[in-house]
Design a protein around this ligand. Structure first.
Ligand SMILES: [Zn+2]
Length: 432
């Protein structure tokens, strides 16, 4: 059995600029002082949570993982089920590679891991539905496929924390459970994903007092994990990575692109505005969106819709700064799917799914895409995610100014000393 241990904590929406404040906090400071850093990490398209986390564990862009948005395109469905099933991806994850090498893995609330029980020994996927009115938390765990062997740990967690997906309690119950899984099972891999920083950015803006408060909370979570490694007696054998999936950008408005498609006759509604049929429709991923055609091979339709979208970009008032064809987006960003166009919003607008007026909307705290800050923007824009690493496999004191999120899987594999040839990136230079 390998004596290598790797903990990966993806702090959702953490950016390099946060470290100025985070370095005043004890656990961030300890990692920064003793470890190495990739300061700015270019993410994938789209810069939203589930696609990026899928890419982090596979080393593949969204066009390969097929996780091209948080939710599938289901016109007229206001709350589709999020992409979360590991085996929806037609490629392997770092957990497959670890399993093959005889290592044990644990996951606590890492996106797109549900159903991965064949390769993850101690699996707690994202717990959608936890705390829903009238639901039994232990039943929710069963529905999500939480590993039988960690049910006792989760039961004890719910004696301490209210079962909910609301932040910051969700982060706390996640980290508390992850720490206890480490104490009990000492897995070789532990991947978890606190989301309070992301939530506070959406709610209050990019850099705010509330975001600083969420960083203090996250620092405590890091401390809980570091303490658990000490308790388990594996602290000196564990490499510890803090990374992130995307940044965010402040927005001032959301624009309903589908209203223009409707007025051009591509979306038909009844007298109450209900959706009747569509020939072209946009699906938002926050500051970007995919435009689907009912007949993707219809060149006339494609030409008309493409012409309208390009005119909207040229006019400069609709919140769009770029339209890519499917082929252009695949070539430039590695994103692919059955959409026909990809829209990039300007630097202060998110794209809204609604096909009904009003065209311009204010903030909506119930949907992350329409918060005071949001993401889904082109990966080169805005503050960038970061990666911190410390441990026995990490050369300390190395500063790498720029990296790519598709390199993370190769970095994990090199740290663990396992083969993961599918990961297309290059391991960070500070891995010994
Ligand atoms: Zn995220």
């Amino acid at each position: 059995m390998s004596d290598k241990h790797l903990v990966v904590i993806s702090v959702d929406a953490l950016v390099f600029e946060d470290l100025e404040y985070a370095k005043t906090l004890p656990n961030f400071a300890r990692i920064l002082k003793n470890g190495s850093i990739v300061e700015r990490v270019r993410t994938i398209w789209p810069s939203v949570t589930h696609p990026v986390h899928a890419s982090i564990i596979t080393g593949q862009p969204s066009g390969v993982t097929t996780i091209i948005n948080n939710t599938p395109f289901e016109p007229g469905n206001p709350s589709p089920v999020w992409f979360n099933m590991m085996h929806q991806m037609p490629c392997e994850t770092i957990f497959h590679a670890a399993h093959r090498a005889g290592l044990t893995s644990a996951v606590c609330c890492w996106p797109v891991t549900e159903g991965g029980n064949d390769v993850v020994d101690y699996l707690v996927p994202e717990l959608f539905g936890l705390g829903a009115p009238g639901s039994d938390p232990m039943e929710v765990l069963k529905e999500r496929g939480v590993s039988e062997c960690v049910m006792d740990i989760m039961k004890e967690t719910f004696e301490v924390y209210e079962p909910t997906t609301r932040h910051p309690v969700y982060d706390e119950l996640e980290i508390y459970s992850a720490a206890n899984i480490i104490r009990k099972y000492k897995p070789n891999l532990m991947f978890c994903h606190p989301g309070y920083v992301d939530g506070e950015r959406h709610r209050t803006g990019l850099f705010t007092d509330a975001v600083e408060n969420s960083l203090r909370h996250t620092d405590k979570c890091l401390g809980m994990m570091l303490d658990a490694l000490e308790d388990a007696g594996i602290a000196d054998k564990t490499d510890f990575i803090v990374c992130s999936d995307h940044g965010q950008m402040n927005i001032v408005r959301s624009v309903c692109i589908n209203v223009f498609l409707a007025e051009a006759g591509f979306i038909k509604t009844d007298e109450n505005g209900g959706l009747v049929s569509w020939d072209a429709m946009m699906h938002s991923s926050g500051m970007s969106g995919y435009v689907y055609l009912s007949r993707p091979d219809d060149e006339k339709l494609k030409g008309e819709v493409g012409g309208l979208l390009r005119k909207m970009v040229d006019d400069g008032i609709y919140g769009l700064d770029r339209v890519y064809t499917r082929e252009e987006a695949k070539e430039k960003y590695g994103v692919d799917g059955d959409f026909s166009f990809v829209l990039s919003a300007d630097n202060y607008t998110s794209l809204h799914d609604d096909w009904r007026r009003p065209i311009v909307r204010s903030f909506d705290p119930t949907d992350y895409r329409y918060g005071r800050a949001t993401h889904g923007h082109s990966p080169e824009k805005g503050p960038q995610p970061t990666l911190l690493a410390m441990g026995p496999s990490i050369e300390p004191g190395v500063v790498i100014p720029e990296g790519h999120i598709l390199d993370h899987a190769a970095t994990f594999a090199k740290i663990l000393g396992i083969d993961f040839p599918q990961a297309q990136g290059t391991a960070a230079a500070f891995v010994k």
